[in-house]
Design a protein around this ligand. Structure first.
Ligand code: ZN
Ligand code: MN
Length: 199
């Protein structure tokens, strides 16, 4: 799974590791400007978040990193994620009452969520352009008087692995753990017509 995600990251990063390193340095600088010092654990969590495309929970990050950091706790991971969020280095994705997921990719992009296994992947749309977000904002203001701050757009479906395995929301995989029984809860997704039809 990690290997597969790394491959996805390489596909998206046209500038490869160089871009990643530059983003990491910028992030370290942003933290330093706020008087936040870099510790080995913080370094590892930050690097993990900038690299991953898997939208992990704090627990998943903890499980991935704790073998290298025996003194790390889930609370350490969570507190650092909150800190990164405050400084604007990661985004928090909430899905109903499920554990928050975190996204280190800050460019405008959208998500596709597997309703069977809960996997979340990035969708770049339009592939080489920008969504008419300005138009959407105008419409929101015109119709409701709201001043838009941010928006989310999620597509729900069945991922390619689940399709290959014949899994569906009605016939999920034999429960490996308790969480497999929980159907991913669908948040009230914002589905702006201007975005669905594209530019
Ligand atoms: Zn799936
Ligand atoms: Mn994302």
């Amino acid at each position: 799974m990690v290997q597969k995600l790394a491959a996805t990251a390489e596909r998206v990063y046209v500038d490869g590791e160089k871009a990643l390193e530059a983003r990491f340095q910028e992030a370290v600088e942003a933290l330093r400007a706020r008087g936040i010092r870099m510790t080995p654990q913080r370094h590892a969590i930050l690097a993990y978040m900038l690299k991953t495309r898997s939208h992990p929970t704090a627990d998943e990050i903890y499980k991935a990193l704790s073998p290298g950091f025996p003194s790390m706790s889930v609370a350490t991971v969570y507190n650092n994620l909150k800190l990164f969020k405050e400084v604007g280095l990661v985004r928090e994705l909430t899905f109903g009452d499920q554990a928050s997921r975190f996204d280190g990719q800050l460019h405008d992009h959208y998500h596709v969520v597997c309703v069977v296994c809960g996997r979340i992947e990035d969708v770049e749309y339009p592939p080489d352009g920008r969504l008419p977000v300005a138009l959407l904002r105008q419409e929101v203001l015109r119709q409701t008087g709201f001043r838009p701050l941010e928006h989310r757009f999620e597509v729900y479906g069945i991922c390619s692995d689940c399709q290959k395995a014949g899994r569906s929301p009605e016939r999920p995989a034999p429960a490996a753990d308790a969480s497999a029984d929980e159907k991913p809860r669908r948040p009230a997704a914002i589905v702006p017509a201007a975005e669905e039809t594209g530019a």
